[in-house]
Write a protein that binds this ligand. Structure first.
Ligand SMILES: *Cc1c(COP(=O)(O)O)cnc(C)c1O
Length: 377
């Protein structure tokens, strides 16, 4: 028996909707299911404008184009994040100013902003790690004087909130992922949310390869052509129809994930007596059950636990390696130490968490962790 780290969940109507997309005779993007998914997200979360993309990576690249990032501009983001958060801006010539995580949570530490913000700072990316909100009010407060755009990397944050506001809907732009490892998915997929009306038109143009095709189809212009830069950010109807089936079951999927998350929390609570930490949850944030992790006492212990669980048939994994020390970026980094990012990189372990994980399997994982620490949990 091997309990995998992740297993994509099939909600039920995927085949039905893919078949309908085929019967519609339109497989490229922008058809019935693209519209339905976009409507679903604007209705449910009151996002003012959303565009489906082929990935969150693409949604981040769209936001870098929308923000008119140019060579020499600086963009602030956490070091403890996925490479796409940084790549999107590096591709446009930006210098990345990596800052540290908070001591209690991998999210960006607002207190670190003053160390790097300057007249070249153009944007700040707030990555909501594990679907837990960054302290948005403070990020906005510490950047507002300088006209810095805020982009939320909400890849992990579907249906999660900051002071009752849905994540992805607070900054200038928000980006989501529907990769198979996220709470709802379609293999590869994503979405950009545009919260400031000033950017709606240009977002559609960038999305449609730099053309005003969307305006043309609405009858707003009588010809369409190349009007700006852009790329192929629009997913096919096959992808959108699959994703539509997932949106139908979003509450059930998220409730199950939250309940598994809570069972880990209850089952592993006593590890805190050994100074092994469980995830911390600020009171302004909600939990969408995306990731459950433990923070071990040392890197050695983290690696030993992963090995121990592997031998027990449980696939647990660590997470991001700090980007400021990556082989690609280390020579561009400004040299500041980021000890919290390194702490989470070396001591964090994620446990299996997915819709189809059974209670028995979860109990087995919890017992195995108890065995590792020689305590009964
Ligand atoms: C998953 C993830 C991404 C990338 O999403 P894709 O849809 O795979 O491109 C970006 N940022 C974060 C924080 C992620 O977790």
């Amino acid at each position: 028996m091997m309990i995998p780290f992740n297993k994509p969940h099939i909600a039920g109507n995927e085949f039905t909707y893919i078949e309908r997309a085929i019967n519609n005779g339109k497989l490229s993007g922008g058809g019935e299911f693209t519209d339905r998914v976009q409507e679903y997200f604007t209705d449910r979360f009151k996002f003012p404008k959303v565009l489906l993309t082929t990935s969150c990576t693409d949604a981040l690249e769209m936001s870098a184009i929308l923000a008119r990032i140019k060579p020499g501009d600086e963009v602030i983001m956490p070091s403890f994040t996925f490479v796409s958060t940084a790549n999107a801006f590096v591709l446009r010539g930006a210098n990345i100013r990596f800052i540290d995580s908070t001591p209690d949570h991998p999210n960006i530490d607002p207190c670190e902003i003053h160390n790097v913000i300057n007249e070249k700072t153009r944007a700040l990316v707030a990555v909501h790690y594990a679907g837990v909100a960054c302290d948005m009010d403070r990020l906005i407060e510490y950047t507002s004087e300088r006209n810095v755009l805020i982009i939320e990397d909400a890849a992990q944050a579907i249906d999660s909130y900051y002071k009752s506001r849905p994540l992805g809907g607070i900054g200038h732009f928000g980006t989501f992922s529907f990769h198979e490892t996220k709470n709802i998915g379609c293999g590869e997929g994503g979405m950009i949310v545009i919260n400031d009306e000033e950017y709606y038109k240009r977002a559609e143009i960038i999305w449609e390869k730099g053309t005003n095709r969307s305006a043309f189809f609405r009858g707003e212009v009588d010809k369409y052509g190349w009007v700006d830069v852009g790329s192929s950010f629009l997913p096919s109807e096959i992808t959108a129809s699959f994703l539509y089936a997932q949106t139908e079951k979003i509450d059930e999927i998220l409730n199950k994930r939250r309940s598994l998350w809570n069972r880990y929390q209850d089952g592993l609570m006593h590890l805190e007596d050994l100074e092994v930490s469980l995830p911390s949850m600020p009171d302004y944030a909600t939990n969408n059950g995306h990731i459950f992790y433990l923070l071990l006492r040392t890197e050695q212990e983290r690696d030993d636990l992963i090995r121990f669980l592997r031998n027990k048939g449980v696939h647990a994994v660590f997470h991001y390696q700090p980007l400021h020390k990556s082989s690609y970026y280390k020579d561009f980094h400004d040299g500041r130490e980021l000890p919290m990012a390194e702490k989470f990189a070396t001591r964090l372990v994620r446990l299996p968490l997915y819709y189809d994980l059974s209670i028995n399997e979860q109990d087995y994982i919890i017992d195995s962790i108890g065995q590792y620490f020689s305590v009964s949990l």
